[in-house]
Design a protein around this ligand. Structure first.
Ligand code: FEO
Ligand code: CA
Ligand code: CA
Ligand code: CA
Length: 586
């Protein structure tokens, strides 16, 4: 059953004071230990991290940059050994490289040399790290056969309905079935069969150059926001230059499935789950045993998706090896009366045919956004993580914000003009069936401070409200924990962090502050071990500027967390939170 509402609520930790400073804070009675930092050696042959002499070769053997999604796959029954799967979303050149004169990521774009770009490419992607819990806490297991770095050069297969399509073929890959690497991996999911799903999000940042006037891919490129690169990779690698390799961008923007149990396995881009700016890929086994993945497209006025597998989930990883290659992708339409409908993105149905420029299901998937708009999907306020509560089956959607929504664009599901602080929607699938065509929904909470038109529960303290929900996790009791991205001294007077949020009873909508990150960082990851004793969180881009009037760079980061050494830049890190007295996070 769902956690029961009590007078004091279901959360029992002493609330943390909201605020912002140079370090990380967690609620009293808990400890937060840095587990993995950017540059930490992952293999016996990996060199120690030296920020003044970093090389791509070293970086490929060390923990990557900007940890976002964190997943935990137990390797034993007592929760003391497991695989941590971590996305390395992107790089902050301005903070990473000694001697680089750049105050923003955008300035770094033109300032980086080929060697620095190679470091960035090796720091991007993901890590699989075996970790173990000993007498002094969790530590990486150096020498583990599972530990693996994935980078923007790791060979990957393209599978599903769009695999091999002409629009995915390039000079380097005339088959349209193999691609080098994954980029901008934001959030993700762990499947019940023990694989890791990783969402490729802001892929447009990486593509330089432009398509010739009237090129067949022009509208597609525009729909994905190409044309304002943040990274200089295309200056050294033709495949990231749209003018030189127009189809390379079609090979990114997918969900990647990685098997962390086999370090030699080839990651697979699962095209059946659509191509857009994928945030996460959390799923649930439906009552009929089919697998359902909820997917957010994180951009203003983009959509919420659901994939339902054609096959049912089998017992072993091998049984499920191709389960994500066939199924139905749908997009959500919200009605004002609190009902909603999933609209299937199926070629040949509802106008998704040659008359609209969709010659096949591959076209529908490569241009998922255009297909969704054609069906009348509801444009949302930046859909980030979407997760089903394993105890109740209700689904929670983090909508991070949308300052550009105008009064005439306000609707029931996106109820605020100029939505600076975001909101959270709760979806109840009809009859608890995640494959049902229809659902009911309501806004669980409009986020932000008391003066912002927010709707947190009345018991929420001055520290308990937050803006910009991004990632979320359920603990073993089905309680909701939220990580934020975008709170700052300027926006809210508080750093990003973790807030617990009541979803049931009289305290529904009550927030409670648990942990906050150092200045400049966003909070990612959150992930519990099955026993709820360890809570992994990811501190991303610490040391960034949180005020554009005060630039931050390698020489002057906004913090030097977590080492606080004058010769060490800030380092994105995965942190593990445990209770000092032992036992589950309360
Ligand atoms: Fe990478 Fe949607 O945050
Ligand atoms: Ca991020
Ligand atoms: Ca995110
Ligand atoms: Ca975000």
């Amino acid at each position: 059953a769902a956690a029961e509402a009590e007078p004091g609520g279901v959360f029992d930790f002493p609330e943390l004071k909201a605020g912002v400073d140079e370090t990380l804070h967690v609620a009293e009675g808990y400890r937060a230990d840095v587990l993995l930092r950017w540059g930490d050696p992952l293999f016996a042959d990996a060199p120690d991290f030296d920020p003044t002499a970093q090389t791509a070769e070293a970086q490929r053997r060390q923990f990557g940059y900007n940890n976002d999604f964190v997943g935990f796959i137990p390797l034993d029954g007592d929760g003391r050994r497991g695989l941590l799967t971590v996305n390395h979303e992107y790089t902050n050149g301005e903070l990473m490289f000694a001697g680089l004169v750049a105050n923003t990521r955008k300035e770094a774009l033109t300032a980086l040399n080929a060697d620095q770009v190679a470091v960035e490419m090796a720091a991007t992607g993901g890590s699989v790290v075996e970790i173990a819990r000993g007498a002094t806490g969790w530590h990486p297991v150096i020498g583990s056969p599972y530990t693996r770095r994935i980078t923007s050069d790791t060979p990957m297969a393209i599978t599903g309905p769009a695999a091999g399509h002409a629009r995915l073929q390039t000079k380097a890959d005339p088959t349209g079935r193999t691609v080098l690497g994954t980029i901008n991996n934001c959030s993700g999911g762990i499947t019940p069969w023990g694989t890791w799903l990783s969402g490729e999000e802001n892929i447009h940042y990486y593509f330089t150059g432009s398509l010739p006037e009237g090129h067949a891919e022009s509208d597609n490129a525009k729909a994905m926001g190409m044309g304002g690169p943040f990274f200089g990779w295309g200056r050294f690698h033709d495949r990231f230059d749209l003018g030189k390799e127009p189809n390379e961008a079609n090979r990114f923007g997918w969900v990647v499935e990685i098997d962390p149990h086999d370090a030699a396995s080839t990651p697979k881009k699962r095209t059946a789950l659509g191509r857009f700016k994928h945030e996460g890929a959390a799923g649930v086994i439906n009552r009929d045993q089919r697998y359902v993945v909820y997917l957010g497209d994180d951009e203003r006025f983009q959509h919420i998706y659901r994939f339902v597998s054609a096959g049912t989930v089998g017992k072993t990883r091998a049984d499920n090896a191709d389960i994500l290659d066939s199924g139905t992708l749908s997009v959500a339409r919200f009605a004002a009366d609190g009902t909603g409908r999933w609209l299937p993105l199926v070629h040949g149905e509802n106008g998704l045919d040659a008359s609209a420029g969709f010659a096949s299901q591959a076209d529908v998937l490569i241009e998922t956004r255009r297909a969704a708009k054609k069906l009348g999907a509801t444009p949302m306020d930046r859909p980030e993580d979407i997760e089903a509560n394993p105890k109740t089956g209700r689904v929670y959607v983090m909508l991070t914000n949308n300052a550009k929504r105008t009064a005439d664009q306000v609707d029931a599901a996106n109820p605020r003009e100029k939505n600076l602080y975001g909101h959270i929607i709760e979806i109840s699938p009809d009859e608890g069936d995640h494959d049902a065509t229809t659902f009911r929904w309501e806004v669980l909470v409009r986020c932000g401070g008391p003066e912002s038109g927010a709707s947190f529960g009345a018991a929420t303290s001055a520290d308990g409200w937050f803006g910009m929900p991004d990632n979320c996790a359920f603990d073993g009791r089905g309680r909701l924990w939220i990580a934020t991205d975008g709170n700052s001294r300027k926006a809210t007077g508080r750093a990003d962090g973790i807030w617990a949020l009541e979803t049931d009873g009289t305290r529904r909508g009550t927030g409670r502050h648990f942990l906050r990150v150092p200045v400049g960082a966003e909070m990612c990851g959150p992930c519990f071990t099955p026993d709820d004793e360890s809570f992994f969180v990811a501190v991303q881009h610490p040391g960034e500027s949180d005020d554009e009037a005060v630039p931050a760079n390698y020489d002057k980061p906004s913090t030097r967390w977590p080492d606080f050494r004058p010769d060490m830049p800030p380092r994105p890190s995965v942190v593990v939170v445990t209770r000092k007295a032992g036992g589950p996070i309360a």
